[in-house]
Design a protein around this ligand. Structure first.
Ligand code: SF4
Ligand code: SF4
Length: 475
């Protein structure tokens, strides 16, 4: 909890204020958007939507509470201390509070501004945390060649028997429990991304509808390369020429959400250059977390005179794969092959004689920021031989939230437990989602609960149904 702090001076409105702002408070005053802070009318409509408030019942763990803390710190009503910093990082950044807000408060922008100020002035970070942050945010994610090398090293670890050896020798027990669990559910990594696997350009099948640029992502391209390849195949099948600009890089979401906003801006500029040069009509993402920040490059660069037009050009072209397919694509009819007794390649196994029952966990950023939560559902409902069951609270965060499940494992674990109880009520054979972080988190939930459900990216499932349909058509 953030403590009430000593107040030393009464201002004209009667509220006592600190005589001198700390460097962090001064930075908050400078960075926080005052209009957004004052737009909050403290109605509390956002509270039931907030996972951390629902878990704790504590006002400071709610969007309204966090906004009040930011405002008080910026106005000198409290001195932001380590507890304030922790509270800002307890927020999942899921942005479920935004669609719930009648005043349209841009909470996501406020929390990023608060974290940016914290990162510039914090004194509470240990030296090794700073070192890890620098290595990850500056040395790894912005460098695609290093991401490939990491993918190759991980693959070697997984395939050479080293992973089995490490598990057998109990080495992984030295790690915190949640990291050891993550290691166990990690899919096979790859040092060769989608461009290295299939090349940069792919022609539409039949008449071309538009040219799309695929945003390949960092984690998607390293841990889910097959899904990226299938994304390209779905797009060409649906009538799109596909370009994958090789000079694109990380979207900057992890940076922006962790207060490294200048790094996020630098990454955004490079992506704008890469996709502009490719001359695309749409920029397609298959990861809700990446898609959301890509769709906000206009806001990210709005203070930068030289780049704000480029940011707007980019942001208006960004679209999620499901949204593009259902709104503009020319998809073949989709059918699941389980009823014919054979599972489609890359798809789920047979559920016997009844239709395969699927459910869906929303990607928070796809739903709350890109506002495209309906399209995956339309896509799933269009598949023959499949029963789509809506999961209770599918719109609630699963606890993944970028790297939240690594940095805040306790709260992430609590949220995941509730999520798995909701999954259990659906009787689903397969859980689908649209974001690599959610996919890993749901796999972790399945590993903990052992109910035998498959967890797949929606692209993998739909691609499997398309292949099955194609096979039927050829018979
Ligand atoms: S719903 Fe919006 S206006 Fe109401 S308390 Fe929450 S953030 Fe403030
Ligand atoms: S972003 Fe999510 S966790 Fe953070 S305040 Fe909003 S609803 Fe709560």
């Amino acid at each position: 909890m953030v403590k009430t702090l000593e107040r030393q001076e009464a201002a004209t409105d009667g509220a006592p204020r600190l005589t001198k702002l700390s460097p962090l408070a001064a930075s908050l005053k400078l960075k926080l958007d005052e209009d957004q802070l004052t737009n909050c009318m403290r109605c509390g409509f956002c509270l039931p939507a907030c996972p951390t408030f629902r878990e704790t019942g504590v006002e400071a763990e709610s969007p309204r509470g966090r906004i009040a803390l930011m405002k008080a710190a910026a106005e000198g009503l409290l001195a932001p201390d380590a507890a304030f910093e922790q509270q800002m990082y307890h927020c999942l950044g899921c942005r479920a509070c935004e669609p719930a807000c009648p005043a349209d408060v841009k909470y996501g922008q406020l929390i990023e501004q608060a974290r940016e100020a914290i990162e510039e002035h914090t004194t509470s970070r240990r030296w090794w945390v700073k070192a890890v942050r620098t290595a990850v945010f500056k040395g790894l994610f912005p460098k695609q060649n290093r991401m490939r090398m990491l993918g190759g090293a991980l693959r070697l670890y997984q395939r050479s028997g080293l992973a089995r050896l490490a598990r057998g020798a109990g080495v992984l027990k030295l790690l915190p429990k949640h990291l050891a669990e993550m290691e166990a559910i990690m899919p096979e990594a790859s040092g060769r991304g989608v461009v290295e696997r299939i090349g940069e350009r792919h022609a539409a099948k039949g008449e071309r509808i538009a040219t799309v640029g695929l945003f390949r992502g960092c984690i998607m391209d390293m841990l889910f390369t097959d899904t990226n390849v299938k994304t390209v195949e779905l797009l060409t099948e649906a009538g799109f020429d596909v370009v994958i600009p090789p000079s694109q890089n990380c979207c900057g979401a992890l940076h922006a959400h962790s207060g490294e906003v200048e790094d996020a801006k630098a990454l955004a500029r490079r992506n704008i250059e890469a996709f502009r040069a490719a001359g695309v009509d749409y920029i397609v993402s298959n990861a809700g977390g990446c898609g959301a920040i890509l769709s906000e490059y206009d806001h990210l660069l709005h203070h930068d005179e030289s780049w704000k037009e480029g940011g707007a050009w980019f942001a208006k072209r960004v679209i999620d794969i499901s949204d593009l397919l259902v709104r503009y694509g020319r998809m073949p009819s989709l059918a699941h092959a389980a009823s014919a007794g054979a599972a489609p390649e890359g798809g789920p196994s047979s559920a016997g004689s009844r239709p395969v029952r699927i459910t869906y966990q929303d990607s928070c950023h796809l739903r709350n920021v890109m506002r495209a939560g309906d399209s995956p559902r339309r896509l799933m409902r269009s598949i023959a031989g499949v029963e789509f069951v809506e999961m209770p609270e599918a719109d609630r965060c699963c606890g993944s939230a970028g790297i939240y499940n690594l940095t805040q494992p306790e709260m992430a674990g609590q949220i995941l437990e509730k999520k798995m109880a909701c999954v259990g009520t659906t009787g689903a054979d397969v859980v689908l989602t649209s974001n690599p972080g959610c996919l890993l988190q749901m796999k972790l939930g399945e590993a903990r609960h052992g109910a035998g459900r498959e967890v797949l990216h929606i692209v993998d499932f739909v691609h499997g149904c398309m292949r099955a349909d194609g096979a039927k058509a050829r018979e």
